[in-house]
Design a protein around this ligand. Structure first.
Ligand SMILES: O=C1O[C@H](COP(=O)(O)O)[C@@H](O)[C@H](O)[C@H]1O
Length: 230
């Protein structure tokens, strides 16, 4: 089921979503979330960072990227680097015990993401609960979600044995690692955060399409809350 939430601007959207997110964190001793990278969600992360910094309520939070570009951590393209920057205030404490969130990394020193799949799959299985409390997803204008791109139909099969997959951005050729479709949909909530008319149209037509977003909507077993602003 798709539930549409429309906001006049992205700041209002960020306030609403981060408040909802914070309420889940405060209500639970342990919570886990998968987070999109890219250009859209940074203000939501910064707003959550402020809420987390201002409150000690809530327990341990585990975060993982929905997908990561196979670049160095310091590279501006790195999704994990983005989370570290945006959520820096809330984790800026001296003791590891006191840190509000732990990032389960999708990275290894391997040259190619394909070589990292066994180690990262093991890490995901050991360090994360079976179901996320929520995944915050973005979507490209080509209908890709995480790094599941159009043109790779084998990645759009819901295979519970696969937790992560190697991927390539068909436009730039950049190599990536992505949570698999089955790992993404094993969640209690899906928050799809998109902006602009172009992406809205892609979403409106997703039901009749064979895009990655179409596969995600088909396989989702929880409501999908769409957070949209122009
Ligand atoms: O490549 C990616 O693209 C999607 C959408 O990104 P955006 O820049 O159009 O918001 C993103 O959700 C994904 O995590 C990212 O790696």
């Amino acid at each position: 089921m798709l539930r549409m939430h429309e906001y006049p601007d992205f700041a209002t959207l960020s306030d609403a979503l981060s408040a909802q997110w914070m309420a889940i964190i405060q209500a639970k001793e342990n919570s886990s979330f998968a987070l999109a990278g890219g250009t859209t969600p940074a203000p939501v992360y910064r707003q959550l960072d402020s809420l987390l910094s201002a409150s000690t309520a809530g327990g341990k939070i585990k975060l993982v990227a929905t997908d990561e570009r196979w670049v160095a951590d310091a590279d501006p393209q790195s999704n994990e680097g983005l989370f570290r920057q945006c959520l820096e205030k809330s984790n800026h404490v001296s003791s590891q015990e006191a840190q509000r969130w732990q990032l389960v990394s999708l990275k290894t020193p391997d040259a190619m993401p394909a070589d990292a799949i066994p180690a990262v799959g093991k890490r995901l299985a050991e360090q994360l609960p079976a179901a996320f409390d929520a995944i915050l997803l973005g979507m490209g204008a080509d209908g890709h979600v995480a790094s599941l791109f159009p043109g790779s139909p084998h990645l759009l099969v819901n295979n519970p044995d696969s937790l992560c997959v190697p991927a390539t951005n068909p436009q730039s050729g950049q190599t990536r690692i992505s949570l698999s479709l089955s790992r993404l949909v094993n969640t209690e909530r899906i928050w799809l955060v998109i902006t602009g008319r172009e992406k809205r149209l892609v979403l409106d037509n997703a039901g009749a399409d064979s895009l990655p977003i179409s596969a995600l909507l088909r396989e989702a077993t929880c409501p999908v809350d769409v957070f949209w602003s122009p």
